[in-house]
Ligand binder design. Structure first.
Ligand code: GLN
Length: 447
């Protein structure tokens, strides 16, 4: 069924970088045989899934949408992929993204621009644009994305689907090609909150291969979907409805709050006073980490190697010049600069201090409230080409999602009405560390 739908819409949506029909059919066949024998045990038995192309899959090309990994076939599966196999899903293919997960529109992919299924002149968001578009267009039932500064929640909002960034440490990052290791998390993109809860449960848990994965219990998330939000204490940060947030996004959140109030929840306005510094801190910290992480792409160990070099140093330089796109180079330069001696204290260290203050803002609010609610993005999806030449406006898109990564807390985006141009809007719900259950409960009652 997935392949039938892909045949119908993929030339318009362009969500996949690699499709592996033969392998998917073999997986499905194996599962069929198990079914006949009564050996079907996986929680997600037979469900078709797409995987973002920065999550490694054994013998299945993994490019990070970069020329530098154009022909890279990994020799192992990421922990989340192994967990999917255990849950008995069927991997349909690998999904387009912004190169190395840097971007908000999928226009930074070295290979193709994925389109928004609601209107193909618009971007699907990014960097997990392929993950959101493939679910929204019905090509797969659900997908995995990754979120460093909003890359699951923002495309989920733009494409009208449900996307969750788990608490930092909830899901193993082993086999996720690192962008900014202290911020990256893998998470589920689905049509409904219930599907999302099932998929999170399947991929969660401590992993000896990732020392930053947390040894905490994985609850049965689906059990938390009671529909009951009576007495839930909601905080609405005034910074999330203020300057820079569009009229339509603001109104849709106010409408949503009315619905939640009708269900017995209470809300109050609060402040996250350091939000205004989050964007600057994020782009410094994430670029600094990226400059270190991406040093491994040197033409020796993986992927592309230039043909035009005489010496080793020339080979490194030329390989990276040919392999990386403009946005990736921009971030490596910014990160290298901010980590260099003489600038380290003024930039990197300062940004780390801001990060601590932002974390503290969230802790203060969570002393009194159960969830924080606001828009996922300041506006609905923009047109393809509209922001490509202006990195700063592109960065400003992430203003409401980034603080969540800096604080390490979980956040979900659920569909929340439509803008005048017919494109979906998203409602963001943010929870305490390891309390995905509460945001699932609230999101489920609302959806
Ligand atoms: N758009 C943000 C960036 O470009 C977020 C990316 C992400 O979450 N991977 O860095």
């Amino acid at each position: 069924e997935s392949y039938k739908r892909i045949g119908q819409v993929e030339d318009k949506v362009k969500a996949f970088l690699t499709l592996d029909e033969e392998n998917a059919r073999n997986q499905a066949k194996r599962l069929d045989d198990q079914l006949v024998k009564g050996e079907n045990e996986g929680a997600l038995f037979g469900m078709p899934i797409g995987v973002k192309d920065n999550i490694v899959t054994k013998n299945l090309r993994t490019t990070c949408a970069s020329k530098i990994l154009e022909n890279f076939d990994p020799i192992y599966d990421a922990t989340v992929v192994q967990k999917l196999q255990k849950a008995e899903t069927v991997t349909i293919g690998k999904l387009n993204m912004d190169e190395f997960a840097m971007g908000s529109s999928n226009e930074n992919s070295a290979f193709q621009a994925t389109r928004n299924p609601w209107n193909t002149e618009y971007v699907p968001g990014g960097s997990s644009g392929g993950s959101a578009a493939s679910v929204a267009s019905g090509e797969v039932l659900f997908s995995l994305g990754s979120d460093t500064g909003g890359s699951i929640r923002q495309p989920a909002a733009y494409c009208g689907v449900v996307g969750l960034k788990p608490t930092y440490g909830r899901v193993s990052r082993f086999g996720l090609v690192a962008f900014a290791s202290s911020l990256d998390q893998i998470g589920p993109v689905t049509r409904t909150v219930e599907d999302n809860a099932y998929l999170l449960e399947a991929i969660s848990g401590v992993d000896p291969m990732d020392s930053t994965s947390a040894n905490v219990d994985v609850p049965n998330f689906v059990n938390s979907l009671t529909g009951d939000v009576r007495g839930l204490k909601i905080a609405v940060p005034k910074e999330y409805l203020g300057e820079g947030v569009g009229e339509e996004a603001r109104n849709s959140v106010l409408e949503a709050l009315k619905v939640l109030e009708g269900l017995g929840a209470q809300w109050e306005e609060v402040s996250l006073p350091h939000s205004k510094y989050a964007l600057a801190a994020y782009y410094l910290l994430s670029s600094s980490e990226a400059s270190a992480n991406l040093s491994r792409f040197d033409g020796v160990r993986y992927g592309h190697r230039t043909d035009n070099a005489e010496t080793l140093i020339e080979m490194y330089k030329q390989t990276r010049a040919e392999g990386f796109g403009d946005e990736v180079k921009r971030r490596i330069m910014l990160g290298t600069f901010s980590l260099s001696s003489g600038y380290y204290d003024a930039y990197y260290k300062k940004a780390q201090k801001v990060r601590t203050l932002i974390k503290k803002d969230f802790e203060d609010v969570f002393e009194k409230y159960d969830v924080i609610v606001g828009p996922t993005t300041p506006t609905p999806a923009f047109k393809i080409g509209e922001k490509v030449d202006d990195p700063l406006t592109m960065y400003a898109n992430d203003i409401l999602t980034i603080p969540v990564n800096l604080a390490g807390v979980p956040g979900i985006s659920v569909p929340c009405g439509y803008a005048a141009n017919g494109l979906p809007l998203g409602l963001q719900m943010i929870g305490k560390h390891f309390d995905e259950s509460t945001i699932y409960r609230a999101a489920h009652a609302f959806e």
